[in-house]
Ligand binder design. Structure first.
Ligand code: ATP
Length: 217
């Protein structure tokens, strides 16, 4: 599903975030990305999500070389990629329901289907009773779960999550990991960046460790 060939990323200003990265994430594979703060985890996810572009090398997703996708093609590419990042990017003037429904509305889905699928996604993250609220009135962990519901509602074939359980207590973290595992069993590839090595080891999925921008193991 995802292939990196000798990928390097240098940010303007000279900071080298990734160097010589070769990586393969199989179709329907779920894996964790670990490494110290600044190791390059977020950068690696951003290259797959087309939030950043590599300075060197190739990123191939679903057989497509991302270098061939121009700016105009990015929204369409992202329709099937579920992005879960730290800044949840929620729309604070819309309800929780509207935030989660947005990807389906953009896709032009029928209203009845939007309602059914949005409610199902909210139910999965335990927020159905909050659907009429505004995100500003929710806790950090609840806002994080709204972001997760929005990322999975469109049934992406790839989920990229950056510290998705950073603000959640252990019980909720485990629940979110079970959600990812279920989506993975249903055929979605999942790549999760986390500092929580204990959680990764308890789950038994593949772990890709980054160290100063290079794949360490
Ligand atoms: N937009 C940017 N401009 C310049 N440098 C950046 C930018 N984003 C990240 N970097 C630098 O690139 C390196 C890798 O950062 P990245 O955020 O990918 O690491 P990370 O492993 O996700 O860290 P953390 O666990 O703290 O989130 C760091 O040295 C960081 O300072």
């Amino acid at each position: 599903m995802v292939e990196f060939h000798q990928v390097a990323k240098r940010y303007p200003g000279g900071q080298i975030a990734l160097e010589g990265v070769d990586l393969t994430l199989g179709r329907q594979e779920m894996a964790f990305l670990t490494g110290h703060s600044g190791a390059g985890k977020s950068t690696l996810l951003k290259l797959i999500g087309l939030i950043e572009r590599p300075t060197h090398g190739q990123v191939i997703v679903n057989g497509k070389n991302l270098a061939r996708i121009g700016r105009a093609g990015v929204p369409r590419y992202r329709q099937r990629v579920g992005l879960i990042f730290q800044d949840y990017n929620l729309l604070f003037d819309r309800t929780v329901f509207d935030n989660v429904a947005l990807p389906l509305v953009i896709r032009g889905m029928r209203h009845a289907d939007i309602v059914r699928r949005t409610r199902a996604a909210l139910d999965t993250v335990g927020l159905l009773s909050h659907e009429r609220k505004r995100p500003i009135t929710l806790s950090g962990g609840e806002q994080q779960r709204v972001g997760i519901a929005r990322a999975v509602v469109g049934r992406p074939h790839l989920i990229l999550a950056d510290e998705p359980t950073g603000n959640l207590d252990p019980a909720l973290s485990a629940e979110i990991m079970r959600l990812f595992a279920r989506l993975n069993q249903a055929g979605t590839s999942v790549l999760i960046a986390t500092h929580d090595i204990a959680l990764v080891e308890s789950l038994g999925y593949r772990r890709v460790a980054l160290d100063h921008g290079r794949v360490a193991a």
